[in-house]
Design a protein around this ligand. Structure first.
Ligand SMILES: Cc1cc2nc3c(=O)[nH]c(=O)nc-3n(C[C@H](O)[C@H](O)[C@H](O)COP(=O)(O)OP(=O)(O)OC[C@H]3O[C@@H](n4cnc5c(N)ncnc54)[C@H](O)[C@@H]3O)c2cc1C
Length: 391
């Protein structure tokens, strides 16, 4: 199996995690990315213990240590008076129970670390400016045709091309996106500008009727990243990078505590974007013959538990382990799905549920409804370990 030549469409966090895991397992990998340059949008990612185990396994622990912010606690607060509703430990207690903690990282810092590691193994592994337009296969190989007329033939092809995946579309047909009724803003603010008294603790969530704000430090604590969600009746655009204005954002969060409004006032207009949240039903299989999917291409997810990139990273590690343990592509993909389908569907459905809990109309009953627990606490979310999971 180690002679397999593996192609990956998409050099996002999922595609690069898979590339690195496969290289480390001894496979030859080519990654095909549509963008002319590698890069990630300016936004934060929270990485839970399972992603941390996977990244340690991939040799990226130093990137986490050097670039991530390590929160000890997170607090959920009331939108009007900022009173604490739930305190959650994200450090010591998780390490005791699951062997790892939470990390908060700028997407570009993680993406750069993954790309550099892949290129150290093979400087030619990532091909840029090639958009996979069509995939096909026969009994001896899989082929991807690019929009520029070129093509590549490999033994196994992986679609890691995000929630609007062209590879998934070819394999399984259209997966119609349903608008969820929510839009979101994202922004970054220099931490030096933010009054320390509204940062207790720096990682915090604010809940209000139909609205939610999550803010936390990234870039080792130099920047404050925030995501703000609001109900909005109709919306058509799914892209991540529609410009907004501070005025529009503040109008949406009228009446909210200065703990939220003050950092919103500080965001520079070129760092403020909005987009619509769309949902898709989970697939019951991700593979056909010699082509499979991972990350958002396989299981698009709502962001309310901050677990989309976590799942994508887990997929990459498990797929490489499954292939390395198998005598054929077919067996490898069976093992991969066996170790991943249930986990991914569980996290996708829990993320939907968390969205409903956070946005419920009655914020004053939040503590009672959640029994003072975090949305991700006690549901088994953190007990999955992609490095030791049976494949
Ligand atoms: C508001 C918000 C907050 C989030 N917060 C978190 C969080 O805190 N923690 C977390 O774990 N997750 C979070 N997520 C989810 C996470 O961002 C995604 O799940 C993750 O990026 C998925 O990675 P991916 O590699 O599968 O897809 P993507 O990141 O979408 O990457 C796909 C790549 O494929 C390329 N591509 C697409 N089509 C083609 C093609 N035809 N040919 C070649 N290349 C192609 C793209 O250019 C891109 O580089 C959040 C998401 C949102 C919306």
């Amino acid at each position: 199996m180690k002679h397999l030549n593996i192609g990956i469409v998409g050099a996002g966090i999922g595609g690069l995690s898979a590339a690195l895991a496969l290289q480390r397992a001894g496979f030859r990998v080519q990654v095909f990315e549509q963008a002319p340059q590698l890069g990630e949008v300016g936004a934060g990612l929270s990485l839970s213990p399972s992603a941390a185990h996977a990244l340690n396994h991939l040799g990226l622990h130093e990137v986490l240590e050097a670039k991530a912010y390590k929160p000890e606690d997170q607090c959920v607060r009331h939108y009007q008076d900022a009173r604490p509703l739930v305190w959650i430990n994200r450090g010591r207690e998780l390490i005791e129970r699951y062997g790892e903690r939470y990390y908060l990282i700028h997407r570009a810092d993680l993406h750069d670390g993954l790309a550099a590691a892949v290129r150290r193994n093979d400087p030619e592994a990532i091909r840029l400016g090639v958009r996979g337009a069509h995939v096909s296969q026969d009994s001896s190989g899989a082929r991807v045709d690019f929009a520029d007329g070129s093509s590549a033939t490999v033994d196994l092809l992986i679609g890691a091309d995000g929630s609007r995946s062209a590879v998934r579309h070819t394999l399984f047909g259209a997966l119609e996106p349903q608008y969820t009724g929510y839009i979101a803003w994202r922004g970054l603010v220099p931490m030096a500008l933010v009054p320390p008294e509204i940062l207790e603790p720096p990682s915090g969530v604010f809940v209000g009727p139909g609205h939610l704000v999550n803010r936390y430090p990234v870039r080792g604590g130099q920047l404050l990243n925030f995501v703000a969600f609001a109900e909005r009746k109709d919306w058509t655009e799914e892209g991540w990078s529609i410009r907004s204005t501070v005025g529009e954002l503040l109008a949406e969060f009228e009446g909210w505590t200065p703990w939220v409004r003050r950092f919103m006032e500080l965001v520079s207009p070129d760092q403020l974007f909005k987009w619509g949240l769309f949902d898709r039903e989970p697939l019951s299989s991700w593979s056909r013959g010699r082509i499979t999917l991972l990350g958002d291409a396989a299981h698009p997810i709502l962001p309310f538990l901050g677990h989309g990139a976590v799942l994508a990273i887990e997929d990459g590690v498990v797929l490489a382990r499954a292939l390395a343990a198998s005598a054929s592509v077919e067996e490898g993909l069976q093992r991969y799905e066996g170790a991943r389908l249930e986990r991914a569907a569980f996290v996708v459905l829990e993320s939907r549920k968390a969205g409903r809990t956070f946005h419920a109309p009655d914020t004053d009953s939040y503590q009672k409804r959640t029994q003072g627990k975090a949305a991700d606490e006690g549901i088994g979310l953190f007990s999955y370990n992609p490095v030791t999971q049976l494949v």
